[in-house]
Design a binder for this molecule. Structure first.
Ligand code: FES
Length: 105
């Protein structure tokens, strides 16, 4: 696992209140834009693997499109069942027009 930040998207790719799924070294990651701030968590729901980027973003919570679990995009922690395990959380850095992420150490 690299410790360096990796560019995964550009600012124009993710409008406010939207999400985008990207790959980081083989892991699917969901980038969320909450009022101009970017957050990144694992894209695969820990319940049965639903794609979080296809769900809905409300405040800091993303709702899985399959059975309604919610995760906090700031921490990856579940905020509503049926999911009980957190998804990974990533650090996000914006440099110019670029969005870079790395996994929390
Ligand atoms: S797969 Fe996400 S809530 Fe079931």
């Amino acid at each position: 696992m690299s410790v360096d930040f990796v560019k995964v998207a550009e600012i124009k790719d993710i409008q406010p209140s939207n999400m985008l799924a990207v790959d980081l070294e083989g892991e699917r990651v969901c980038i969320a834009n909450v009022e101009g701030n970017y957050y990144a968590i694992g894209n695969i729901c820990t319940h049965l693997g639903g794609p979080l980027n296809e769900g809905t973003l409300e405040g800091f919570d993303v709702e899985c499109p399959w059975h309604g679990s919610k995760f906090d995009v700031r921490t990856g922690e579940p905020t509503r069942p049926p999911a009980r395990q957190a998804v990974p959380a990533y650090e996000v850095k914006v440099e110019g027009n670029n969005i870079l992420i790395r996994k929390h150490q």
